[in-house]
Design a protein around this ligand. Structure first.
Ligand code: SAH
Length: 413
């Protein structure tokens, strides 16, 4: 255990139960923290919180308790059981793939558990939770009883500011990423994998999908878009759908299930498009070569606009363009650019679902960027709905940084 004593006046955020303790607020430390446990006390020595110690991160500790309780196997089991209950109350039927534990949002900072049928994909996103791995695994076993699981340890590498060997899903809310401790990477950089991994079957709203758990992105599937896919499905009948940044084409499968006339997936990753092809077949849809376009979306949309194409629905769900504060301006330009061109592709009366999963671009800023794109595109849209991640991605009010996915449903006048 390590005892971290705060500088005078630096207890405010901990007193508000914010789970991140930045190194700048710490006056002194005693002990070695080899067991990954940290105790936080104020300048007068009064205990405030306990959590996981990450010596190499600017977030020196992620706080789990504020009542003196020591994080241990019993606490992990309790928190996981509470998380499980929330999913039981909120998830739709015929859905066996979902985020079972969402880090800060389930009061388990640094722990993500995605379930795909009988398989758990556990991701430990901080050095401290890596040290607790045996106890966390035991609690996953007790609460979720998966038949199989894989574990990704992405914490140490992330804390040191290095990319982990396999592209970690950092930008996409797999974990809440602190501004100060992020891995810079260009938009889309290193996120194009999708090949070679083990594929785990599961259901989402009765549709068949495969999670590419070892080679894929995130923990193998973008579970956070479930509710947007359901909405697309409900309005897709007879429509043509252009799915930009498609990854494994899950939006297209939902659209086809809703009766879409046609759906095209565009992504830069050949592996992701292979999986997209499999997803169509698994759900009984045909998969012609023309439905899968391997291209840079920024170039592809320009070609389509130049050719005068019009689509009933355009989905635009890019990777996180901003992974650290310094990226925000460049990210804003990227969002504006791709949206401006995508807007021109929407037929009158058609829909654009435009998304951002950059936590650093907040909902207000994203809406402003999209508005400004529509001014430049000279196309009028009505904002019909806002839809972010589903109830298996809860956000703690104490840690609003956990909210990252924005989806705007826009209808062209
Ligand atoms: N909408 C998807 C998730 C998209 S993740 C779903 O619901 O499953 C972002 C995707 O964008 C990744 O598959 C990545 O390969 C792709 N990508 C990143 N940069 C790109 C670019 N410039 N052009 C085309 N695809 C890109």
């Amino acid at each position: 255990m390590i005892r971290l004593t705060l500088k005078p006046g630096r207890e405010v955020s901990v007193a508000r139960r914010h789970p991140w303790l930045f190194s700048g607020g710490v006056a002194s430390a005693a002990g070695d923290g080899a067991d990954g446990r940290a105790e936080v006390v104020d300048a007068g020595g009064r205990p405030l919180a306990r959590g996981a110690y990450s010596p190499d991160s600017q977030i020196l500790a992620r706080l789990w308790t504020f009542d003196g309780r020591v994080p241990d196997g019993a606490l992990f089991r309790e928190r996981f059981a509470a998380a499980r209950k929330l999913r039981e109350e909120c998830l739709p039927r015929e859905t066996t793939g979902y985020r079972a534990v969402n880090s800060e949002g389930d009061l388990c900072p640094g722990v993500l558990v995605d379930l795909y049928g009988d398989t758990a994909v556990l991701e430990l996103t901080t050095r401290g939770t890596e040290i607790w791995r045996p106890e966390i695994e035991a609690a996953v076993h007790d609460v979720f009883a998966p038949k199989r699981w894989t574990v990704r340890e992405t914490g140490s590498a992330r804390d040191l500011g290095r990319p982990s060997p396999r592209p970690s899903p950092a930008g996409r809310g797999r974990s809440v990423e602190p501004v100060e401790a992020q891995i810079p990477s260009p938009p889309g950089g290193g996120r194009g994998e999708g090949e070679g991994g083990e594929r785990i079957p599961f259901l989402e709203n009765g549709l068949h999908f495969l999670a590419d758990a070892s080679g894929g992105q995130k923990t193998g599937f973008f579970l956070d878009q479930r509710d947007n896919r359901a909405r697309l499905r409900s309005l897709a009948r007879g429509k043509s759908v252009l799915n930009l940044f498609s990854y494994s084409g899950a939006f297209s499968v939902a659209a086809l299930a809703g009766g879409a006339a046609r759906a095209i997936d565009v992504d830069s990753s050949a592996g992701a498009l292979d999986l997209a092809r499999e997803h169509r077949r698994a759900n009984g849809f045909s998969a012609g070569d023309a439905d899968f376009v391997q291209a840079d979306v920024f170039e592809d949309v320009r070609r389509r606009a130049a050719a005068g194409e019009r689509w009933d629905v355009v989905v635009c769900d890019p990777p996180a363009f901003a992974k650290k504060k310094a990226d925000v301006d460049r990210a804003a330009r990227g969002y504006k650019d791709v949206n401006r061109v995508a807007m021109a592709l929407v037929a009158p009366g058609g829909w654009l679902l435009t998304c951002s999963c950059s936590g650093l671009v907040d909902a207000d800023l994203f809406q402003k960027i999209v508005f400004s794109a529509s001014v430049d595109a000279r196309v009028a849209f009505a904002l019909v709905a806002r839809q972010g991640a589903g109830p298996d991605h809860p956000v703690s009010l104490d840690c609003p940084e956990g909210e990252y996915l924005k989806g705007l449903w826009l209808r062209r006048a």
